[in-house]
Write a protein that binds this ligand. Structure first.
Ligand SMILES: [Fe+2]
Length: 295
């Protein structure tokens, strides 16, 4: 009954060393045995990967490369209208391939000279402490699979389109990358689970779903909006609130639905002053005060 709320498909390592991705019955690829076999193989690459070694290449079908090409083309049109100038500049600098899915190793090769960030493969959900913690060292955990080709503009889970088009283009921007770093340092510094969750929610409402005033209109810099074909058309009509740490860190969100509450920075400098300074200095005590301030 909680199937609709499932975000990352659970990944189970079998006794024989193989890996099984448990797709929900509602997943578009559920009945496609070839797709499911590929998902299992790709998850196995991440489960067996050791940091410091090259990320093994994932096998994609021609149909999947076509999904990437189609989504890249369509999103680029929308980005020109809805993405911040910094994100557009990051995308131009990074120069992701347009016609085929890049391997994560290639994404790292493009990204590292720009901001030092490198990609790590993730089979599915990565525990909060690890996911955010490694940002402090310039690593970004990324899934490698791509959505099912029958629905190129929809995915119930974060796929390589989200991780690379959404995040790598943002991680190519030095000032955004610095914010990711600071979020990682905050995650390493805080001790309680409550404080870690607060840090992660501030990340959710900024680097995932953040919007910003630019040239008299609202533009998106969050990877979740910028990688979503539907959401990118909707965000200007959402409940957009002023940037507020207490509110961001305590607002509930539903990862399976469009994000209907958003927080707006007045500029990149404003985002750095409020959120960057928070991540640079927060600890369990300061977060407890922010939580109390919202009650
Ligand atoms: Fe993300």
């Amino acid at each position: 009954m909680f199937e609709e709320a499932q975000y990352f498909a659970p990944v189970a390592a079998q006794e024989d060393g193989s890996v099984v991705v448990e797709l929900a019955a509602s997943h578009p690829g559920f009945a496609d045995t070839v797709y499911r076999a590929r998902r299992n193989a790709i998850a196995g690459l991440a489960v067996n990967h050791r940091r410091g070694t090259p990320i093994p290449a994932a096998e994609y079908s021609e149909e999947e490369h076509e999904v990437w090409a189609l989504v890249t083309r369509e999103l680029a049109v929308k980005h020109a209208k809805y993405a911040t100038a910094e994100y557009l500049d990051g995308a131009a600098q990074l120069g992701l391939p347009k016609e085929r899915i890049p391997q994560l190793e290639e994404v790292s090769r493009l990204l590292e000279p720009l901001t030092g960030f490198r990609y790590l493969p993730a089979a599915g959900l990565v525990p909060l402490r690890d996911f955010y913690g490694v940002l402090a060292e310039g690593f970004f955990h990324s899934t490698q699979y791509i959505r099912h080709h029958s629905v190129p503009f929809y995915t119930p889970e974060p796929d390589v389109v989200h991780e690379v088009i959404g995040h790598a283009n943002a991680l190519a921007v030095p000032r955004y990358a610095a914010l990711y770093h600071l979020a990682g340092q905050a995650a390493r510094r805080v001790e309680s689970e409550e404080a870690l969750e607060f840090v992660s929610k501030v990340f959710w409402f900024t680097m995932e779903f953040g919007v910003m005033a630019e040239g008299g209109e609202l533009r998106a810099y969050g990877a979740g909006i910028l990688s979503s074909y539907g959401e990118i058309e909707e965000f200007r009509g959402m409940d957009v609130r002023p940037l507020d740490l207490s509110a961001m860190g305590t607002t509930h969100y539903d990862i399976t639905k469009y994000q209907d509450v958003l927080f707006r920075a007045e500029s990149l400098q404003h985002l750095e002053d409020v959120v960057g300074d928070f991540w640079a200095t927060c600890d369990d005590d300061s977060i407890a005060k922010l939580i109390a301030a919202d009650i």
